[in-house]
Design a protein around this ligand. Structure first.
Ligand code: GLN
Length: 192
């Protein structure tokens, strides 16, 4: 069974652990750099990216996480997506820069701070994981404003990419861990 770490500094890490277990992986909470040694991949959950970044600095995790990401897959959701992006705006902040995407924090604006919607994924997502719309939970989500060459878009909402991959890494601006559909987590497990 694949062993996946869930960064458990802040945010909805418990929901990710449950979703990974539903997708038939073993989930372990990661709170320090040594724990990165024994895992096949890592999830950076949703929460507050600025707070997570401060805790990463405080715990000396920034460089170990960047190093981990040069070798093993990382899946970032929402705040995790912001932390993986190469370019962050509104306001700009430091990131691990493991995917060539530009994200705008809280990009959906106040009136759509949070919503649940059903989106039609790209044909490739369906081919790789199975048919059916994706239930997408957006909570003060970032918008992906730019995708670089080599970034593959697997789902869009209102024309903007919401699920993308580049090489071994995967990013969702919504929260698949909050639904019973395990396809997005299963897609990540394929990368391990
Ligand atoms: N708005 C948050 C941030 O900028 C992300 C929200 C979330 O992860 N649900 O970090």
């Amino acid at each position: 069974m694949k062993k996946v770490g869930v960064l458990a500094l802040q945010g909805d890490f418990a929901a990710h652990a449950a979703a990974l277990e539903r997708a038939a992986a073993e989930a372990v909470f990661v709170r320090d750099a040594e724990q990165l040694d024994g895992i096949d991949g890592l999830v950076i959950p949703g929460g507050e990216s600025t707070t997570m970044l401060k805790l990463m600095h405080y715990d000396g995790l920034l460089e170990p996480l960047a190093r981990f990401g040069r070798e093993k897959p990382i899946f970032g959701t929402c705040a995790g997506a912001i932390l993986l992006a190469s370019e962050v705006s509104c306001p700009s902040q430091e990131s691990l820069a493991l995917l060539d995407i530009g994200v705008e924090r809280n990009g959906y604006g106040r009136q759509v701070d949070s919503r649940v919607t059903r989106i039609v994924p790209e044909a490739e997502f369906v081919e790789r994981t199975g048919a059916g719309k994706l239930e997408a939970v957006f909570i003060r989500a970032p918008i992906i404003r730019r995708v670089g060459q080599g970034v593959n878009v697997l789902a869009r909402y209102q024309g903007d990419p919401v699920l993308v991959e580049q090489g071994r890494h995967l990013v969702a601006t919504f929260h698949p861990e909050l639904t019973s559909d395990s396809r997005v987590h299963a897609l990540f497990l394929e990368k391990l």
